[in-house]
Write a protein that binds this ligand. Structure first.
Ligand code: SAH
Length: 419
């Protein structure tokens, strides 16, 4: 697809192309490198940019703030990609961003020929609207902005070429698929289905290695881009606490936490999820890794199943609760907090004296303080001594830009529960 507008790299400077002017007092956030410009910050648009095209973002006194991509249909009217007047969002800049993203994962030791790794994390790699995950030999590009959608062919090529010329990894992609985040497609005016964009079609299930566990991802069919890579290091760290222990893995999906627990010596693991497909995959994973004997999968609603087990007087040495997001919007926050409270109460009751309770929360609207307050309150109600052992975020291949902390969501808190 031809790119809209002229290539800004060919323009001598920002003063000649379309521009978006900010209101007085609104520039600071963007000088501070926040990437999302909402209509409320904008005083006017000059030069009628088409959707997806390059614009210069200027202060109310016409000083250069950054380069962005425009979208009149989106609430994010401009996504900013560069704060350097000499680096407009064109091939050279995107290649540099991609190169830096790949180099970071290499230096973290998280990218290899057979790993599962987040290569590009949208705002956190300064490419708003583009997420790229690696599963073994395949890459999954997830597009969530119109500007990135219009450039997806080029981006796929740049990503492939930058990886192929990177000396620090033996990973060489065989194929790249592209997916369009459904909820964002509507908000951004994005079109196009999920498809192979380059190379060989992936098999229905792609095998990859996560910290010693063999796993399968479905690049074109699974939840998110196929798995939940953000918990990779947390699974490994929690697994270390499970040697010779009984483990309850609630909201287990394909078995992520439970499999690490089993690998690191847990004696018995019960995984609970409501999705039959997820549990079939979990069983498959257990068998592939020779761990099936110690693992049991239960299809149920976690709230009901935990209540039932609590009434029956069961307990586990390690209890892991990794529910989905409970609130999308502020209006749903109260109800979400009630859900977490109920869940944490059940979790504490099911944890053996001296045992470990792992609480994960991927609701971005709930911050660490709210989470810890909740833990404190539920612990007091249950008359327990609760200690915080670790507080963890997502794995470092899912960094958070300091200038865009709204994109931070995952919290994982490891507690010890004593009577
Ligand atoms: N712990 C997993 C990821 C969990 S994702 C990992 O490490 O990979 C959240 C999971 O919760 C999904 O698999 C979804 O099917 C399941 N789920 C959501 N609500 C549920 C409920 N009320 N009862 C049981 N499972 C639920």
């Amino acid at each position: 697809m031809p790119l809209p507008n002229q290539d800004p790299a060919l323009r001598p400077n920002w003063s000649e192309g379309p521009r978006v002017l900010l209101l007085p007092g609104k520039s600071r956030l963007f000088y501070n490198r926040h990437p999302w410009v909402f209509p409320g910050a904008i005083s006017g648009v000059q030069g009628s940019p088409s959707d997806g095209s390059v614009v210069a973002l200027l202060s109310h006194t016409s000083k250069f703030v950054g380069w962005g991509l425009f979208n009149s249909k989106s609430k994010v009217r401009v996504r900013v990609y560069s704060w350097n007047p000499a680096e407009p969002p064109a091939e050279a800049l995107f290649r540099k961003r991609i190169r830096e993203a790949v180099a970071l994962r290499c230096s973290l030791g998280m990218l290899g020929a057979d790993t599962g790794c987040r290569l590009i994390n949208s705002e956190a790699d300064f490419i708003s609207g583009l997420t790229v995950d690696q599963y073994g030999s395949w890459l999954v590009m997830q597009i969530s902005s119109l500007g990135m959608g219009q450039r997806e062919e080029e981006l796929a090529r740049w990503i492939r070429e930058e990886i192929d010329s990177c000396p620090d990894t033996d990973f060489r992609p065989k194929g790249i698929v592209v997916r369009h985040e459904k909820s964002m497609s509507r908000l951004e005016g994005l079109e196009g289905g999920d498809r192979l964009i380059w190379g060989e079609n992936p098999p229905d299930r792609v095998e990859y290695l996560e910290e010693g566990i063999r796993l399968l991802a479905q690049p074109l069919a699974g939840q998110k881009t196929g798995a939940y890579l953000d918990q990779r290091i947390n699974r490994k760290e929690v697994g270390k606490l499970c040697k010779n222990k009984s483990v309850l893995d609630a909201f287990c999906y394909a078995g992520g936490f439970g499999l690490q627990a089993a690998r690191q010596g847990a004696t018995r693991i019960v995984g609970i999820d409501q999705s039959e497909t997820a549990l079939a995959l979990a069983q498959n994973h257990a068998e592939m890794n020779g761990l099936a004997e110690r693992m049991e999968w239960v299809r149920a609603d976690v709230f009901e199943e935990l209540a039932r087990r609590e009434e029956a007087g069961e307990s586990f040495d390690v209890v892991i609760l990794d529910p989905p997001k409970f609130a999308q919007a502020k209006s749903a926050l109260e109800e979400a907090l009630r859900g977490y409270r109920r869940l944490y109460t059940l979790g504490m009751r099911l944890t053996s004296p001296g045992g470990i309770l792992v609480l994960c929360c991927c609701t971005g609207l709930i911050n660490w303080e709210m989470l810890e307050n909740l833990v404190e309150q539920v612990g007091a109600e249950e008359r327990l001594n609760v200690r915080i052992l670790h507080k963890k975020g997502p794995s470092p291949d899912h960094p958070v830009a300091a200038s865009c902390r709204e994109s931070s969501y995952l919290k994982c808190i490891v507690l010890q529960i004593a009577r």
